[in-house]
Design a protein around this ligand. Structure first.
Ligand code: ZN
Ligand code: FE
Length: 277
């Protein structure tokens, strides 16, 4: 038996669990070991399985953008909880998403009682026009967390389906300005293919070479490469390093023209990555 102090300590700690879905999505659950919120449930079944296995109660749904692999499970999750009615569904004010109860945009605060969570909302247009991210400034251990959907990936960034390179670079700059120890909970396991592209951009980056080996070992062991951190991404992610001379030199050789600004080189890199195999 735990003492009441141990019980309350255990309740104060939060767990961040990546639930694999589809080919390569992660649906993140955050729980205090009793109640849980879910971020971007593209599919209800793996979320229900995880909740049932751990005995957690779902109290809120948070959405980053309108793509079906992030919102497709919302209806089923709500339908199964009709009796409890009133599970809030948070999401971007600027996108058409069914079942939203709380429409958010940059600067808004999200306060959830159970589990006790507070997020500030960051506008991160680029992948989609109204994409938002959720930033938790400190968990009970003092560690910051970010849920960024398809904006920032480990060693990569989202494709520009609706936004411009300018918007995406500004969005990534805003995320890069968060504390270095921020745990970044991305929505896809794209890390190994992103690293292949990152190494083409920056072949002499020693941190990237080490990360390639570490990430491969995680994948070989069947584990996620996430969460990553902002500090780590600033060291290895070419899309956060667009102004680096080594990257600009690679791009000059690749395209036969010099990038004059970080935005030029971001635009060239994003276009190259779209076709990179
Ligand atoms: Zn998406
Ligand atoms: Fe996605």
């Amino acid at each position: 038996m735990n003492s009441p102090e141990q019980d309350s300590l255990a309740r104060n700690a939060l767990e961040y669990v990546p639930v694999p879905a589809f080919e390569d999505n992660y649906i993140w659950l955050v729980s205090d070991s009793r109640d849980a919120v879910v971020v971007d449930p593209g599919d209800a079944a793996p979320v229900e399985a995880c909740l049932a296995e751990r005995g957690w109660r779902l109290t809120a749904i948070l959405l980053t953008h309108h793509h079906n692999d992030h919102v497709g499970g919302v209806k089923d999750l709500l339908d199964r909880r009709k009796a409890e009615c009133g599970i809030p569904v948070y999401g971007p004010a600027g996108e058409r998403i069914e079942h939203l109860t709380q429409r958010l945009s940059g600067g808004d605060l999200v306060r959830i009682a159970q589990p006790a969570l507070e997020f500030s909302v960051i506008d991160v247009p680029g992948h989609t026009a109204g994409h938002i991210a959720y930033f938790q400034a400190r968990d009970p251990r003092g560690i910051p967390h970010l849920f960024c959907g398809d904006t920032l990936f480990a060693s990569g960034c989202g494709r520009l389906f609706e936004g411009t390179p300018e918007q995406m670079l500004r969005s990534l700059d805003a995320l890069a300005a968060l504390p270095d120890d921020t745990q970044v909970h991305c929505a896809h396991e794209y890390t190994m293919s992103n690293i292949r592209f990152a190494r083409a951009c920056e072949p002499d980056n020693a941190a990237l070479a080490r990360w390639n080996a570490d990430a491969q070992a995680l994948r070989d062991a069947g584990k996620p490469t996430l969460p990553t951190t902002i500090g780590h991404e600033k060291a290895v992610n070419p899309f956060l390093r667009a102004g680096e001379p080594a990257i600009q030199a690679t791009l000059a050789a690749q395209f036969g023209q010099r990038a004059r600004t970080a935005l030029d080189s971001f635009r060239m890199m994003r276009g190259w990555k779209d076709k990179f195999r």
